[in-house]
Write a new protein. Structure first.
Length: 272
């Protein structure tokens, strides 16, 4: 091939080569595209996490949870602290095999607005904020729905991250489960004594009777220790536990019995 032919070929290719260089120059460099890729990845991960978490909540509407985050945390705690004799007791009991007094006792002692709110007791939250502003001891304002979310999915603690996740799971639970299911899961997963989780294990350990046969007083005592089930004991109740048991029993009567759990919300006024 002669020199002229090579020159002509080079002249024909040169504009194409220049166009390619200009196109590459116009494209964003890797450092500029990296933030976009990171944002996109974070968004995809967030969407995936939202989808998976909602799917888990949806499944647990129909399937009994075989464990909870709090149960697993207690197992790990016992392992790392060398509690060789520790035994975790838990037995799931269907709602229709639980005394109706149990659910009523939990509501009377922990969250009397439970049948009517949507996961959060706004009045109790405001009262807690007002008490904190006045320098009083910080009071809890968690509803049964929030406690169920915490027990199932989260860890012990008071960080803002945990509270935010608790609120998120509370919204999912309230939007996906009926109230009866929330209460059923709650009474089956809450801790009633060190290593004793759920009304089934509590009935076996403390009363040696079936959950369906628990009386008003027995159910009220289970609810009475919930502020701190490792400090207060069902089988050896302190004076405080006995006073709280009597108060919860009284509240159960004033609420009108188990029918309160399905009664329409009052038109106005604060329940508690």
């Amino acid at each position: 091939m002669g020199a002229r032919a090579l020159t002509d070929k080079a002249a024909a290719i040169w504009p194409l080569y220049c166009a390619i260089l200009c196109h590459r120059a116009a494209m964003p460099t890797t450092p500029r595209s990296l933030p976009r890729r990171i944002v996109r990845l974070v968004a995809l991960l967030a969407i995936a996490w939202l989808a998976v978490s909602w799917w888990v909540v949806l499944v647990l509407r129909f399937v009994p949870p075989w464990t909870s985050a709090f149960m697993m945390e207690r197992r790990v705690e016992a392992l790392f602290t060398g509690e060789k004799d520790f035994t975790l007791r838990h037995r799931w009991v269907p709602w229709d095999e639980i005394s109706p007094q149990v659910g009523l006792a939990m509501v009377a002692g922990e969250d009397q607005k439970f049948p009517h709110h949507h996961g959060f007791d706004v009045d109790a939250i405001q009262d807690a904020i007002d008490a904190a502003d006045e320098g009083k001891r910080l009071r809890g304002a968690s509803t049964i729905s929030q406690q169920t979310a915490k027990n199932l999915f989260l860890w012990n603690g008071r960080s803002f991250i945990r509270k935010g996740l608790e609120a998120y799971f509370t919204v999912l639970i309230e939007a996906t489960w009926p109230k009866q299911r929330i209460l059923e899961v709650y009474v089956n997963t809450v801790e009633y004594g060190d290593g004793v989780y759920g009304v089934g294990a509590a009935s076996d350990a403390f009363y040696r009777t079936a959950p369906s046969r628990l009386s008003v007083a027995q159910a009220a005592r289970l609810a009475a220790v919930l502020p701190n089930p490792r400090r207060f004991r069902v089988d050896a109740p302190s004076a405080y536990v006995m006073r709280r048991t009597a108060w919860i029993s009284q509240q159960m009567g004033q609420l009108g019995g188990p029918a309160y759990l399905t009664r329409p919300a009052p038109v106005s006024g604060r329940v508690r």
